[in-house]
Write a protein that binds this ligand. Structure first.
Ligand SMILES: [Zn+2]
Length: 248
């Protein structure tokens, strides 16, 4: 590859947003994450791809005021989160300042779930990325549906079947009911599929998180933990260069 091509490739890599490969196969403007507000407004049918016990959970640090739309701490993934499914919630439920600088800074921390589904319109897998409260509501509906169906067929599982997820009429959460669409043949290959959750959760570099915390509202994080001697300069402070280091 010529140097021109190599430079061009470098430039392209720099301008490609991270995680872009995740959206491969989806139409432009559609991501692996279902847009909960707009896409679920009138309900949408999916094939459920995993049982709640196999839903990926992780934590986010975020703080703000919904009423005034103020952001105190910009949302970012807690580094003290599992990188895949099957983790024990007990091992992660408490903040861990040793594993995560945002935990150390006492930023508000919330539990999230990623629910893998097969999208009937785009014919590929996507995820519903929801807060604990919504996950609890969806699991409640899930269990009710499955229990009712098991009366007629003990082997029945919602995994691999069509469900419909709709924003509730009060707009505050989501409901899950049985769908009436046919299960497409392509969906089966994604039951038990290893979804790239670590990539989906977008774990940031520590430097990046420190920069976020520096920008956060000082009332909502303890910034005293950010400036230790072992921490890199977080505010983009220029690195000192001695004259003899310069190539001219
Ligand atoms: Zn954390």
């Amino acid at each position: 590859m010529s140097i021109r091509d190599q430079l061009k490739k470098r430039e392209e890599e720099r301008s490609t947003p991270k995680g872009n490969g995740l959206n491969e196969g989806l139409p432009e403007g559609v991501t692996r994450y279902v847009r909960l507000g707009s896409e679920l407004k009138d309900g949408r049918q999916f094939v459920m791809l995993a049982d709640p016990d196999s839903w990926y959970f992780y934590f986010c640090h975020e703080d703000g005021d919904f009423a005034t739309r103020a952001t105190f701490v910009k949302k970012h993934t807690c580094l003290h989160s599992p990188k895949g499914t099957g983790a024990n919630l007990d091992s992660y439920k408490k903040p861990n300042g040793g594993a995560c600088i945002s935990c150390k800074a006492k930023a508000k921390r919330k539990l999230y779930f990623m629910i893998p589904v097969f999208d009937l319109e785009y014919n590929t897998w996507r995820v519903l990325d929801v807060k604990e409260f919504h996950a609890m509501n969806l699991i409640g509906d899930y269990d009710k549906l499955e229990k009712a169906a098991k009366k007629f067929n003990k082997e029945y599982s919602l995994v691999g079947d069509v469900i419909k997820v709709t924003k509730t009429s009060d707009g505050k959460s989501y409901s899950l009911e049985s769908g009436d669409a046919e299960v497409p043949a392509e969906a089966a290959q994604f039951v038990g599929f290893e979804f790239p959750y670590e990539e989906l959760a977008n774990f940031r570099e520590v430097d990046d998180i420190i920069a976020l915390l520096n920008e956060a509202d000082p009332e909502h994080v303890d910034k005293s933990v950010l400036g230790g001697a072992d921490q890199p300069p977080a505010d983009g402070a220029p690195i000192e260069v001695k004259d003899e280091d310069l190539p001219f």
